[in-house]
Design a protein around this ligand. Structure first.
Ligand SMILES: [Zn+2]
Length: 250
């Protein structure tokens, strides 16, 4: 069977040891999407792989496809950005791990989305450069949901269309993908997440701002907590699974 050499830029989402000397690496590439490869001798080969095949690293990888297996063979990796601060600080490590876990669950092989790759690199760079952690994670997820086609409806009640002008918070319904006002959320479903008008407006504004302007938004601790609770519930309900890294971000 013929094997063809390829190359791509890639962000490493997950790495595990395989046998005594190999590593299995899963990354996200702009045109290919999720890609899993084996790096033979990675634990021994200083020249080709040392300190490169690490979680979060931005790389250019050279790899070979052609086996019947979906696993490619990674032949070489060049380090473009190590994002070293993400590994040096526990809370930034936890946040970056959450981004990687979300992409691992949300994306597929042979289904690249260049904008999604750019979004991931933007979030990694922001976290690496010291941006507010929860805010960056929230903004990443708001933009991610857009790209996945699960943009939540955050501009008024999805039931009656009215903007909430009472002091009561909205309720966010994961199953309907949007906000409900107090009148429309008759039954208090356990799955409804309360969301204040202020936080709803912030998140809605984040949906419409281009990425380079997102730093203008400022989330208070209370808003960040509300938004995180909503996003955690929404992702878990859509994916029908627990996301383990949430506990590292809170
Ligand atoms: Zn309503």
């Amino acid at each position: 069977m013929s094997r063809s050499p390829c190359r791509s830029i890639a962000v490493v989402l997950h790495v595990r040891d395989h046998g005594e000397s190999d590593k299995i690496v899963t990354c996200y590439c702009p045109l290919i999407g999720k890609l899993t490869g084996i790096a033979k001798g990675a634990k021994r080969s200083k020249k080709r792989f040392l300190n490169k095949l690490e979680i979060f690293s931005l790389l250019e990888i050279h790899f070979t496809t052609g086996d019947r297996s979906s696993l490619v063979r990674i032949d070489q990796a060049d380090l473009l950005a190590p994002f070293a601060n993400l590994r040096a600080h526990y809370d930034r490590y936890g946040a970056a791990t959450l981004l990687c876990e979300l992409l691992l669950h949300w994306t597929r092989e042979n289904d690249g989305e260049e904008e999604l790759f750019r979004l991931l690199v933007w979030a990694m760079e922001s976290l690496n450069q010291g941006a507010a952690i929860r805010q960056t994670v929230i903004l990443f997820q708001i933009k991610l949901l857009d790209l996945l086609g699960y943009r939540p409806h955050l501009s008024g009640c999805i039931g009656c269309g009215r903007e909430n002008n009472t002091r009561d918070p909205y309720r966010f319904s994961s199953s309907r993908g949007g906000l409900l006002c107090g009148r429309c959320a008759h039954e208090t479903a356990a799955s409804h997440v309360p969301l204040s008008l202020g936080t709803a407006k912030l998140l809605h504004r984040a949906q419409s701002l281009p990425r380079e302007k997102l730093a203008r938004l400022q989330f208070s601790d209370a808003s960040a907590s509300e938004a995180m609770t909503l996003l955690k519930r929404y992702h878990s309900d859509l994916l029908q699974r627990e996301i383990h890294s949430w506990c590292a971000v809170g």
